[in-house]
Ligand binder design. Structure first.
Ligand code: PRT
Ligand code: ZN
Length: 295
């Protein structure tokens, strides 16, 4: 691997892989993978890709084996709390996918009336650092029981009284007779970088990549909305449109009362939004996806 090329670590296979690859693709980067599938090379920019287990990503970035990485904020923060390399890597930006929560969950029969209930209890978790930090903030003394997987079975096996685990839909907790009782940490995929200056060549590539990522993220929910409306309704419609900047108002051929309104809406446009626009006098409403955006 060349010293001049920016090295990015992403998860090889798991819940972050698809989102990470999709983000790279949306940034116009195609990865050609090597035979061993652990290493990929981007053609369009001088970027090399390392495909790793998610748990290894923070240390690879901190230890200079990679320059940047995509990892769950939960894994990054846990590594920071446990690691000896404090602040060797830093979070750059949230990426808006792989959203989940680290939650305390207890057997369904518990009547949970506050964190004090956890005093002296054993809590099974893969995230002892984040769990202890939360317990401390609640002034509660409990004992994390470290488990690397299948945390949700611990109460049934009497290894622990409660659990602190990642929850997305809640189905796993439910299937194991547990219920979520408190949120310990809100997480999503984040971009991280080594907390030391890059070489000028790498810095240039990093900035170019950041610009593209920002463009992808801002255009993700954005829509281009077009409609016709009576001139008298332009103001009400403009004020209503979600997250729109000043819209373009155009003459309509052969009509002196109606105009066309075009706007970029930065927030989601739902069916309800269209129905409300109709009530305000809009007709022939079109909503188009936006592929790319750069300020
Ligand atoms: O092999 P490798 O070590 O790379 O992957 P991994 O198995 O350790 O991690 P992986 O791929 O499962 O998760 C990677 C990251 O995805 C996590 O660190 C989180 O940031 C994020 N993420 C998002 C999740 C979930 N959603 C999720 N639902 N991580 C784990 N889960 C698990 C959870 O542990 C539990 O077992 O899914 C189950 C709960 O799901 P629900 O939908 O039933 O609530
Ligand atoms: Zn892992």
């Amino acid at each position: 691997m060349s010293e001049q090329r920016l090295r990015i670590a992403i998860q090889k296979s798991g819940r972050l892989s698809e989102g990470s690859l999709e983000l790279m693709k949306s940034c116009g980067l195609k990865i050609s993978r090597g035979k061993d599938k652990l290493y990929g090379r981007v053609q369009e920019l001088p970027i090399d890709v390392l495909l790793l287990r998610d748990d290894d990503i923070p240390s690879f970035v901190a230890d200079n084996a990679c320059d940047i990485g995509i990892v769950g904020e939960n894994v990054f923060e846990e590594d920071r709390l446990n690691g000896s390399r404090e602040n060797a890597a830093e979070a750059v930006m949230p990426l808006g996918f792989a959203r989940c929560k680290l939650m305390l969950a207890a057997p369904k029969e518990w009547v949970f009336d506050g964190a004090e209930m956890l005093e002296g209890k054993r809590i099974a978790t893969s995230y002892p650092g984040l769990t202890l930090k939360w317990l401390k903030a609640q002034n509660v003394c409990a004992k994390p029981v470290m488990m690397n997987g299948s945390v949700e079975v611990a109460p049934r096996l009497k290894i622990a009284d409660a659990v602190c685990d990642i929850v997305s839909t809640g189905a796993t907790l439910d299937a194991n007779g547990l219920k979520p009782v408190a949120t310990v940490f809100d997480s999503q995929a984040i971009l991280i970088r080594r907390n030391a200056p890059f070489s000028p060549e790498k810095q240039t590539v990093f900035e170019a990549l950041l610009k593209r990522i920002n463009g992808v993220i801002t255009s993700r929910d954005a829509k281009y909305v077009m409609m016709n409306a009576p001139k008298s309704a332009v103001r009400a419609i403009t004020e209503y449109l979600p997250g729109a900047e000043a819209p373009t108002v155009l003459e309509l051929a052969g009509s002196s009362e109606k105009v066309a309104i075009h706007a970029v809406c930065r927030e989601s446009v739902f069916w309800d939004t269209l129905e409300d626009l109709k009530k305000l006098g809009a007709s022939a409403i079109l909503v188009l996806p936006i592929e790319k955006m750069m300020a």
